[in-house]
Design a binder for this molecule. Structure first.
Ligand code: F6R
Length: 578
């Protein structure tokens, strides 16, 4: 959460308006306030609450630091927005993460004034109180005093440098010829340079226009330079009004993108899946993707344990050298997942990640990885990365009994369906449904077997973007409690499989008898439906196919309600705090 950008050049000054677009590209990480500081003979500071609406900031500088915030400590106020200025006005600092012992640090800052409530403002002044003429060494000595997580960037009046440090929060360096960029994510700079250094935990140092110095545990270290392969157009909205709709539409390419794999890597992972105990760990939508694939593994005679990453620590003692842990994450930075994997560091288990962001913390922690290859996902909601995760997991599960080639060929069969589901005609039809549901307060989704995770994912999409209370249940679950919520007209989305569907249709009937408005998602229209969304395709791939119309429904519900689907309230794309 929170986006950091620091820019330094020893040649050209950068227009602040351009810098603002760099900060704005990170606002998926947090968008309740933003700020920019730049150095002339003094530190100039601009801060605002709310999203960045207008990037047109006048002026230019060759040393700029900016931040877009997702509030943890302290409310959404200008005072709590970053960058923070030290009491002596010599240091400007941005921070992502949580300094857990900030109260203890604050108690050591006698005589300092604080205008806000954040741990980051305390950190800024703590640094002021400890900094000597030798900025780097004194900064290194301060770092062990900090408990918690941090990505820090700061500039100091009189110095042409941006200092940084990283612990459990992402931080990367963009390496241009005469300019260097410090950032939470490559998205902010990959139109300026494609050369990147991913910092490691414990790294600290500084950037200048023409040099980079990185240290760890008191020693200078060399970090590998990598090249970003993402296509810049993927990070632009193009003809679409929102990234969400663009990314939903891009799902037509997902199958071909995820199939760009090294077959040797896949077969060595599949061999381990056949012989080891499988744990699947993830959060949110990535967790729903794992749940969906679980059914395919069960069908192949293998029982994986699927665990939400934030609950994983209670299970970690069961993970050993005979275990393979599939870690699924779009961002590769979700702290709950990283923390879960840290808990099994010495277990001897093999960590295999299914990850979109190359070079992310998860990528670097993994023994083996399978990239989603779907390019940047900018909308806070996961859509194309969900389809990618499910596809990869289904590919792996398929390879347990089939060859890689057959498993691949099976997946490609659904491309035509995805094309149809994301087409303008299908979207138009779903838009009509969104008009009907626009004033709904509560909505339920149900499915059985593979469609139980589909119901969970559908409910998650609807609630997070439209703020309609939506809950997903297994069809068999409703009579054990949830059916009490059904009133006349309560919308219920029912995912009906092509085969063996008598039980889910009975569940739909049970809901309808209590007054529910039944929206069926299935290959055929059934009498019990009040509204039908047609989805053809094998049941096996229903978690992908039947989810897509609901992603579209969620999108139109948000748009109809005048909400920004790309940035729902209170959420951030990359959840790097616990
Ligand atoms: C929902 C959503 C979140 C993420 C979750 C995990 O649309 O985006 O639930 O799925 O925060 O994120 P990653 O996959 O980056 O680990």
């Amino acid at each position: 959460m929170c986006g950091i950008v620091g820019y330094i050049s020893n040649k050209e000054k950068l227009k602040l308006a351009k810098f603002m677009t760099m900060i704005k590209s990170l606002d998926y990480r947090g968008y309740d306030s933003w700020g920019v500081s730049h150095l002339s003979d003094k530190i100039n500071l601009i801060k605002e609450i709310g999203k960045i609406e207008n990037t047109d900031l006048p002026g230019e500088s060759n040393l700029i630091l900016g931040h877009t915030r997702w509030a943890t400590h302290g409310g959404v106020t200008k005072e709590n927005a970053h960058p923070h200025l030290s009491n002596d006005k010599n240091i400007s600092l941005v921070h992502n993460g949580i300094i857990e012992n900030y109260q203890e640090l604050k108690s050591k800052l006698d005589g300092f004034n604080f205008s806000g409530q954040t741990d980051s403002e305390v950190l800024t002044n703590y640094i002021q109180s400890k900094l000597t003429e030798d900025t780097l060494s004194s900064f290194a000595q301060i770092l062990p005093d900090l408990k918690g997580t941090y990505a820090i960037g700061f500039l100091k009046r009189g110095e042409n440098k941006i200092y940084f440090a990283r612990k459990d929060s992402p931080l990367v360096l963009g390496i241009g010829k005469d300019e260097k960029i410090l950032s939470s994510d490559v998205t902010s700079f990959f139109d300026r340079t494609k050369t990147v250094i991913y910092l490691e935990d414990g790294d600290y140092g500084y950037i200048e226009g023409n040099s980079v110095k990185i240290f760890n545990s008191g020693e200078e270290v060399e970090r590998k330079k990598s090249t970003i392969t993402w296509d810049i157009d993927k990070a632009r909205k193009g003809e679409f009004e929102h990234f969400m709709l663009k990314e939903i539409s891009e799902q037509v390419d997902v199958i071909n993108q995820v199939l760009i794999q090294d077959s040797k890597n896949i077969s060595s992972i599949v061999n381990d899946l056949k012989t080891k105990n499988i744990f699947m760990v993830a959060c949110g939508t990535s967790y729903n993707a794992a749940l969906a694939a679980e059914y395919e593994f069960l069908k192949q005679g293998i029982m994986p344990k699927v665990i939400r990453a934030h609950e994983f620590r209670s299970y970690s003692k069961f993970v050993d050298k005979n275990s393979i842990v599939l870690a699924i994450s779009q961002s590769g930075e979700t702290i709950d997942l990283i923390d879960a994997l840290k808990s099994i560091k010495n277990s001897g288990a093999e960590i295999v990640s299914i990850v979109n962001v190359q070079g992310s913390t998860l990528d670097r922690m993994s023994d083996k990885r399978i990239y989603m290859n779907v390019g940047p996902e900018i909308c806070v909601l996961s859509t194309k990365s969900y389809t990618a995760s499910v596809s990869i997991l289904m590919l792996l599960a398929g390879c347990i009994t089939d060859t890689y080639e057959t498993s691949k060929a099976n997946l490609t069969e659904i491309i035509r369906q995805i094309y149809y589901l994301t087409s303008e005609n299908s979207r138009k039809y779903t838009k009509e449904l969104s008009q009907l549901l626009r004033y709904t307060k509560h909505l339920f989704t149900i499915g059985r077997k593979r469609d139980y995770p589909t119901a969970m994912e559908a409910a998650l999409k609807i609630k997070e973007v439209s703020y309609i209370h939506a809950e997903g249940f297994a069809g068999g679950q409703i009579k054990h409690g949830p059916i009490a919520m059904i009133e006349n007209g309560t919308p219920c989305i029912v995912f009906v499989s092509n085969k063996n569907n008598s039980e889910i249709l009975s569940n739909a009937q049970e809901l309808k008898s209590r007054g529910a408005f039944i929206i069926g998602v299935s290959d055929k229209n059934h009498d019990v439906f009040d509204f039908w969304i047609k989805v053809i395709g094998p049941d096996k791939y229903s978690p992908i196919l039947r989810t897509i119309p609901i992603q579209i429904l969620a999108y139109y519900l948000a748009v109809l309600k005048g909400l920004d689907p790309d940035k729902p309230r209170n959420l951030a794309k990359s959840v790097t705090v616990k």
